[in-house]
Design a protein around this ligand. Structure first.
Ligand code: MN
Length: 247
């Protein structure tokens, strides 16, 4: 029965070293293969690629097993939604065309079985981080994208990869739960609850899986990542569960 909704984020495909990247890709492919007959919808909530840019005629090399498996799911009728993360904000029309996917810029609010889901990668939300919020609006601007596309891909993607070497995914910095009052996505969710009712907030970006109840009917679920944790969430129409893929 194709009646489940799956959520995962922060695969950071392509992050160095290359050897573990292919290993992780195969693990993701195995997971996608395991869910392909149950999934009605698949939400990939950002930073799926450690770097992504679409030139008008060229896309980055690699990820062929992953993209092939996504194509298989799409052809089987799984509805795929891709969120832009801070590492792969430059997804435009290619995956939309190839996978019949929906590309989401920021948040997506949806109702399933009378439950309200608020889904967002998680970057640039909550208090503080003014510098990042500024950078995000710059990187997402047309002028920035136009300028970047003028660089030869060897140079542009080379610069991005050099940058990424310092990212959390590459340096394998382990994240720790800071407590409800210090976790900015939980703070953001609490603030959002004052405007509207949400049953499930679903985020990535934090690289730390958690499932925290706020109030009587609301949970904040962070999807973790696929470097250490290999975690995903599944909704069967009644329950939302945060799981670990162990195979
Ligand atoms: Mn991120």
């Amino acid at each position: 029965m194709r009646n489940k909704i799956f959520f995962a984020s922060d695969f950071h495909l392509g992050v160095l070293p290359k050897a573990t990247s292919i290993e992780r890709e195969l693990r993701i492919v195995a997971w996608l293969d395991a869910i392909k007959n149950d999934a009605a919808e698949l939400f990939l909530v950002g930073d799926i690629f450690d770097f992504w840019f679409e030139y008008s005629t060229v896309v980055p090399k690699g990820f062929i097993r992953f993209l092939g498996k996504l194509a298989e799911l799409a052809d089987l009728g799984v509805k795929i939604t891709l969120f832009k993360g801070n590492h792969d904000m430059w997804m435009f029309g290619y995956l939309k065309e190839q996978l019949n996917a929906t590309i989401v810029d920021d948040e997506l609010i949806l109702t399933r079985n009378d439950k309200q889901f608020f889904i967002h990668h998680g970057d640039g939300l909550g208090p503080g981080d003014v510098k990042y919020k500024f950078l995000k609006s710059f990187f997402r601007s047309r002028i920035c994208q136009w300028l970047f596309a003028r660089l030869h891909p060897n140079l542009g993607i080379g610069i991005a990869q050099r940058w990424s070497r310092h990212s959390r995914a590459a340096t394998r910095e382990e994240e720790r739960f800071l407590g409800e009052d210090q976790e900015w996505l939980i703070q953001y969710a609490k603030e959002e609850l004052t405007h509207r009712h949400i049953d499930y907030f679903i985020f990535g970006h934090r690289h730390l899986p958690y499932d925290v109840a706020i109030g009587d009917n609301t949970r904040v679920v962070n999807l973790g990542e696929w470097i250490y944790h290999f975690t995903y969430a599944v909704w069967d129409g009644e329950q939302l569960i945060l799981n670990k893929w162990t195979r």
